[in-house]
Design a protein around this ligand. Structure first.
Ligand code: MN
Length: 253
């Protein structure tokens, strides 16, 4: 199995390094990751300026490693199309420091890395740990290697990609896993307003999470100490609405 690893926290982040190390037990590991952090950069794709990539060996047992000036999605495109000469079987993104739960998947660069893999018909995974500040990747990396191999061996359709979040607790504290739907993630006080040193207003988007923790959601699973596993699709068609709207007929104005 040939595995492409990317992330959105940058190639020097510890989450990528432990993931790459563990994935060497699953197959050949190739790393193509951003040279700088790209969190919340979503599926940004660089079209209007050139990208750069340079070999950047991490010494983790990987077959090859590159850092690029692009986004996670750019990295997957470059990896699949030009940088890696082998045919990739699996794209794994992460391990992210911080959760990518519910609506976060829209903003997440980590999830976008996996989505780009899925768009290229590669079985793909995004892994995140539920702490920005003291993430413990030790069990998350073991689980990531185990679960991606498990799914790859089952041969599920490649258009499905998986978003996986782990609670930030040691293995002994983890209660199990749950297949879960995405939650609604809302943030209060989303924009902080301040004054810069020149007296002009600045705005800082962030906010405090107000999560409703509905049953069967990924957020609830992780909050309760379970690993959440959510299969995602990139087809954003609202099929229910499509069926409902079809009876509305109109003449063009
Ligand atoms: Mn990140």
């Amino acid at each position: 199995m040939k595995i492409l690893i990317t992330n959105d926290d940058g190639i020097d982040s510890p989450g990528l390094k432990v993931l790459a190390t563990e994935m060497t037990s699953v197959g050949w590991v190739y790393i193509v990751a951003p040279q700088s952090p790209q969190s919340a950069g979503s599926h940004a794709t660089t079209l209007h300026k050139p990208l750069r990539a340079e070999r950047y060996p991490l010494g983790l047992g990987e077959k090859d490693s590159f850092r690029t000036s692009g986004s996670p999605a750019d990295c997957v495109v470059l990896g699949l199309d030009v940088l890696i000469k082998e045919e990739i079987d699996l794209v794994v993104s992460g391990i992210n420091a911080g959760p990518n739960l519910g609506d976060d998947v829209i903003y997440s660069g980590t999830v976008a890395g996996a989505r780009e893999g899925a768009l290229n018909n590669k079985l793909s995974f995004a892994f995140s740990v539920n702490s920005f500040f003291n993430p413990d990747f030790s069990y998350a990396s073991v689980f990531a290697a185990f679960f991606s191999k498990l799914v790859a061996d089952k041969g599920l359709p490649n258009s499905v990609y998986f978003n996986v979040n782990l609670p930030n607790i040691p293995k002994e504290g983890i209660k199990g896993y749950k297949y879960a739907k995405l939650s609604r993630r809302r943030y209060s006080n989303r924009v902080m307003v301040g004054k810069d040193p020149f007296g002009k207003d600045f705005f800082w988007i962030g906010g405090k999470l107000v999560d409703s923790l509905e049953d069967r959601t990924d957020s609830k699973a992780v909050e309760d100490g379970f690993i959440s596993i959510t299969p995602l699709l990139f087809d954003q068609t609202n099929y229910k609405q499509l069926a409902e709207i079809e009876h509305i007929k109109f003449d063009l104005p």
